[in-house]
Design a protein around this ligand. Structure first.
Ligand SMILES: [Zn+2]
Ligand SMILES: [Zn+2]
Length: 100
């Protein structure tokens, strides 16, 4: 992770985006919710994952690019060794049908 991105994550802009995504996802990890249980993590254990960076810095208008994950699932998403395409597809499916 580079320095500029670290600064971005501390910005008020990102805090606002993060909050909107957390509220939209009801403070639940969107992987755990499909795999295990709709377990409600502590806010500090939740992170926002970018499905794409094509709208980076304009996230506020592209909240669909972002998804709430717990820090464990997030780590998993970013570890190429155990990267599981199924997980990503599940998230995409979920985002297309948020009420299913
Ligand atoms: Zn999770
Ligand atoms: Zn991520």
């Amino acid at each position: 992770m580079n320095e500029e991105y670290n600064t971005f994550l501390k910005s008020n802009y990102w805090k606002k985006v993060r909050k909107l995504v957390l509220i939209r996802d009801k403070y639940r990890c969107q992987i755990c919710i499909t795999k295990y249980a709709p377990y409600k993590y502590d806010k500090k254990d939740l992170e926002i994952h970018h499905q794409t960076y094509k709208n980076h810095k304009n996230e506020l208008n592209h909240l669909d690019d972002l998804v709430t994950l717990c820090k464990w699932c997030h780590e998993y998403m970013h570890s190429p060794d155990d990267y599981d395409e199924m997980v990503e597809q599940e998230i995409l499916r979920l985002m297309e049908n948020p009420n299913s």
